[in-house]
Design a protein around this ligand. Structure first.
Ligand code: DX5
Ligand code: ZN
Length: 240
């Protein structure tokens, strides 16, 4: 297949300012387009899209066709988190769906190096995600081929779980390993105004938040999305 998304991809300038990335896992699944537009209008920096296969993680969400349908409703960055195994057979489809960033798990298979080459080869920024039990050292030989490292602060599969504090030290280690490289550190799971500053202090710049952004709001009452995003950002930036 060679048909590329009709929506031009945004240019993603690199910086370490705090970026809030609402996870649509906590949105209304019958209304993804309007939900993406609503959180962007309320201050979201990126949109985080959780793809789950019922195999790598014990839950199923959606695949490339849904990502392609959502894409025209996203003006910022479409940050696609692949919780699937295998990854390689689906990279082209997710790239064609218009992902700006494709993040694969280091635990998803024996050849993550090849997977990251394929993601960049498809013209998409490459991310690598680490489950809570995986040490920072797992990415040591991958740092020159990624644009983002995602630290899972819950076990992937579900929203609304409790933040795992041991990942703070892991994030500090990753920040030191990354040094001056233009690599984002993204935190995914259990982010709230209470946990966000722990992670920006440790070196994170992208904060994924599902429940904490979407709680209390809807597409017809989006103001709480803005309140929630501002609360997370203010807490995160108080220490960053
Ligand atoms: C978990 C997903 C997360 C999830 C975060 O597997 O990768 O993106 O939606 O949800 P909260 O913010 O509710 O922990
Ligand atoms: Zn995620």
């Amino acid at each position: 297949m060679t048909t590329l998304s009709a929506t031009p991809k945004p240019i993603i300038p690199f910086d370490r300012t705090t970026k809030i990335a609402p996870s649509i896992l906590a949105a209304d699944f019958a209304n993804f387009g309007a939900e993406c537009a609503a959180v962007e209008a309320q201050g979201a920096d990126w949109i985080h899209v959780d793809v789950m296969d019922g195999h790598f993680v014990p839950n199923i969400t959606f695949g490339p066709a849904t990502c392609a349908a959502i894409r025209p409703h996203i003006k910022t960055v479409m940050d696609v988190h692949l919780m699937i195994a295998p990854v390689d057979p689906y990279i082209e489809a997710f790239a064609e769906a218009g992902a700006d960033i494709l993040t694969a798990h280091v635990e998803a298979g024996p050849h993550i190096h090849r997977t990251l080459q394929a993601i960049r080869g498809a013209g998409v920024k490459a991310g690598i995600a680490l489950n809570p039990a995986t040490p920072a050292s797992a990415v040591e030989y991958l740092l020159d081929m990624v644009d983002l490292v995602c630290v899972m602060t819950v076990n992937p599969g579900f929203g609304g779980q409790k933040f795992i504090h041991s990942q703070i030290e892991k994030t500090r280690q990753l920040r030191a390993m990354i040094g001056d490289r233009p690599i984002h550190i993204e935190i995914d799971g259990g982010i709230t105004p209470e946990t966000a500053p722990l992670m920006t202090a440790a070196g994170a710049d992208v904060l994924v938040a599902g429940s904490a952004v979407f709680k209390g709001g809807s597409v017809t009452n989006p103001a709480p999305y803005g309140d929630n995003i501002r609360a997370i950002r203010a807490a995160a930036d108080a220490v960053a």
